[in-house]
Design a protein around this ligand. Sequence first.
Ligand SMILES: NC(=O)c1ccc[n+]([C@@H]2O[C@H](COP(=O)([O-])OP(=O)(O)OC[C@H]3O[C@@H](n4cnc5c(N)ncnc54)[C@H](OP(=O)(O)O)[C@@H]3O)[C@@H](O)[C@H]2O)c1
Length: 236
Amino acid sequence: MTMNSLSNLAVFGTGAMAGALAPHFARPGRALTVSGRTRTEVERLASELGATAMGWRDAADAADVILLAVHWAGVDDVLIAAGADDGLLEGKVIVDCGNPVEVEKFTLVHPEESLSVKIQRRTGARVVKAFNLAHIDVWRAMPDYGAGGLMVPICGDDPAAKSAVAGLVDEVGATAIDVGELRQALHLEAAAAVVIRHLFGGADTSATFNLVSARSASSSSISRASRGDICTPKPV
Ligand SMILES: NC(=O)c1ccc[n+]([C@@H]2O[C@H](COP(=O)([O-])OP(=O)(O)OC[C@H]3O[C@@H](n4cnc5c(N)ncnc54)[C@H](OP(=O)(O)O)[C@@H]3O)[C@@H](O)[C@H]2O)c1
């Protein structure tokens, strides 16, 4: 899969995350579609983005990459509506930004298995976890995180899918950092529970984990110049 595979991108969901991320992905030469369960919201977001409003199934069929930005409790309904049972999502790249976090206790709803792994097993898609660790205000405006910028951990089992998603991270204005296979998504979801608790405690909405090293903070070697590449941390 090459960066050209980003030329057909579907956004599933019309809520806060879809509204924060999708504007970065509306680019000339890209077919961008929006799907959701509330027709007026789908039409509103599609019109804002200059995208095409489409039903789940048609959008899934047309897309190479799907940004799944629906509430975790609705994910299964959406996957079924998009043709998971008929194999329509098999091989597609699904970007999962979801956090199945119980916000009264700040714990994972299903601590034994990540949402991402469930989605991959349910669909046969190539799922990549990304964008789950920061608040929508970050994705909307990309605050200044200093010389190294914001490192966005991504994980997945398919290198080409991760490379495509690293391209999307780049378009948002951050740098993807490969933290391993999709099984690591459980840890990213758990880390999100910590961030969410911190934000609920009154922290500035730009507060997030950032995988920086002294080298990246003092040089621009893994900043914008190389965005699109995935930074793989060296073993410690
Ligand atoms: N908000 C953040 O700062 C943030 C940051 C990182 C990650 N996330 C994660 O991103 C995901 C989306 O969050 P969000 O903030 O965008 O939530 P949101 O604003 O509440 O939007 C949720 C979206 O999911 C849709 N939805 C819910 N249940 C559905 C169902 N059964 N079938 C179809 N669609 C359904 C909603 O449709 P309707 O409009 O029709 O209700 C809406 O489009 C969540 O997993 C969240 O944990 C959020």
